[in-house]
Design a protein. Structure first.
Length: 186
């Protein structure tokens, strides 16, 4: 395999795994702001986390998952690092459920932060731990979720897709990840 092909094989995994790392750093910053009871910074970081995770999930739902599930069934041989079709579908279904959980939990945290804008500082100190608990749930779920993606689905791109499809997928994923809501473009 040429160097270009090998580099191309690593691009999908690298783009999405790097995004996992950035989201994890953002969660760490958010937890620190919550621990410091910094309401405005917490809300800004929570809003950014929601947006970053949403574009990552969108990239997987619109680009990655369909690219894998649209591979001809004959290519899913179930050995040598290549999944069977049912295995791939099952993993993708699980990841979609995780995505629903993550966005629902983040939505609850955002709503809790919004409600706090009308409360006194004392009330906020009582309520911020609830937001923190939601973020810790998201963080815990993401650890397992990201590991499943990085150890399975991202690698499957390399064994199931040809160079042209992989190149197109890389461009589409990068476009979706970079397409963050305008309020975050500074």
């Amino acid at each position: 395999m040429s160097g270009i092909n090998n580099q191309q094989q690593q691009e999908v995994a690298r783009a999405l795994a790097d995004d996992h790392s950035e989201v994890d750093k953002l969660i760490q910053r958010l937890l620190a702001a919550l621990d410091q009871e910094n309401k405005s910074q917490s809300f800004e970081l929570l809003d950014l986390l929601w947006a970053r995770l949403a574009v990552h999930i969108r990239a997987e739902h619109l680009c990655l998952f369909p690219s894998i599930l649209e591979v001809p069934p004959v290519n899913f041989i179930g050995s040598g690092g290549i999944p069977g079709y049912q295995e791939a579908k099952s993993v993708i279904d699980r990841l979609r459920l995780d995505h629903e959980f993550l966005m629902r939990e983040l939505g609850k945290a955002v709503n809790m932060m919004r409600e706090q804008s009308t409360h006194s500082d004392h009330d906020i100190r009582v309520r911020l731990p609830n937001v923190r608990r939601s973020i810790v749930k998201v963080q815990s779920r993401l650890l397992i979720h990201n590991q499943l993606e990085e150890e399975h689905i991202y690698k499957w791109v390399n064994v199931l897709l040809g160079d042209a499809n992989r190149s197109t997928l890389i461009a589409r994923i990068r476009h979706e990840i970079e397409n963050i809501p305008p309020r975050f473009n500074v």
